[in-house]
Design a protein around this ligand. Structure first.
Ligand SMILES: [Zn+2]
Ligand SMILES: [Zn+2]
Ligand SMILES: [Zn+2]
Length: 273
């Protein structure tokens, strides 16, 4: 199983467009791991998790071939995770793709509404369909792979989702955007045995863990997962989805998280299991 981080930033990305804080200035000066696109992931080469405004930029950065995509799992409708224009140019005669090239977008009901508004004619014309996902549902993606949706804690406006990705022999948690999960969700997490878990670390040094998590919360997540047997010492815990407002550049994040031990996500990081 291979999962590539295409974006490790929160809504604004880093450097944020109009900001000169130390995180954004470090990114401008050093580049590399301090540059953060909006969060998204590529599972093998045919499944995306989220489809934000940096979808095109990621294609260029890593020479990706999106004609292979067959499924997109959307966590929630915020603009850094779903940018419908990415899907506009798929009608016959516009793009040339291999057959069959059907792409299924999975997400909550608000994601479905957004797609219906963005494609008033029909999704079908663009070889797209939408499948609504409920909390607790396991989506069969192919013979080997599935994804289970769990409830994220990301505000009252919609039912935001995190996904547990399952291949024949590995389980990986994709956990952004969320604050500290509720007990019901923890009970689900505790039934799994994760080879890797990606955990929201938007808030950095801020005293905040309600709808996003800070560094301390990420460390607490690892401790709880370890305690209940959902991970062991060999499991990889990776913090991701960083905002410049958390006031930590890449090396400062490494200083705080490496002792846990927790890895710091970056654009282009490959998680191979
Ligand atoms: Zn986000
Ligand atoms: Zn900034
Ligand atoms: Zn969000």
């Amino acid at each position: 199983m291979k999962l590539k981080i295409l974006g490790s930033g929160a809504a604004q990305g880093i450097p944020a467009l109009f900001c000169c804080c130390q995180v954004c200035q470090t990114a401008r000066e050093k580049g590399g791991h301090d540059i953060r696109r909006r969060a998204a992931y590529l599972w093998d080469d045919d499944i995306m998790i989220d489809l934000g405004p940096d979808f095109f930029s990621a294609q260029i950065a890593w020479n990706l071939d999106y004609s292979k995509l067959r499924h997109v799992l959307i966590t929630h409708s915020h603009a850094d995770h779903l940018y419908p224009m990415n899907l506009y140019f798929r009608p016959p005669g516009v793009d040339t793709r291999p057959e069959p090239s059907w792409l299924t977008v999975h997400g909550n009901s608000i994601v479905g509404q957004m797609l219906n508004e963005a494609f008033p004619e029909s999704l079908e014309e663009c070889s797209l369909d939408f499948s609504e996902v409920k909390v607790g549902q396991t989506i069969k993606l192919d013979e080997q792979r599935s994804a289970t949706a769990i409830r994220a804690q990301h505000g009252p406006e919609e039912v935001c989702l995190n996904y547990i990705l399952q291949s024949s022999d590995h389980h990986v948690l994709v956990g952004n955007d969320t604050g500290w999960w509720d007990e019901e969700t923890w009970q689900v997490l505790e039934q799994h045995r994760f080879d890797a878990a990606i955990v929201d670390c938007t808030a950095g040094t801020l005293d905040y863990r309600k709808y996003h998590m800070n560094v301390e919360a990420v460390i607490d997540v690892r401790t709880r997962l370890l305690k209940c047997g959902a991970i062991d010492e060999a499991s990889r815990i990776i913090a991701n989805h960083f905002s410049h407002t958390g006031d930590l550049n890449h090396s400062q994040l490494v200083d705080k998280l490496a002792p846990a031990p927790i890895e710091v996500g970056y654009d282009g990081m490959e998680i191979e299991l």
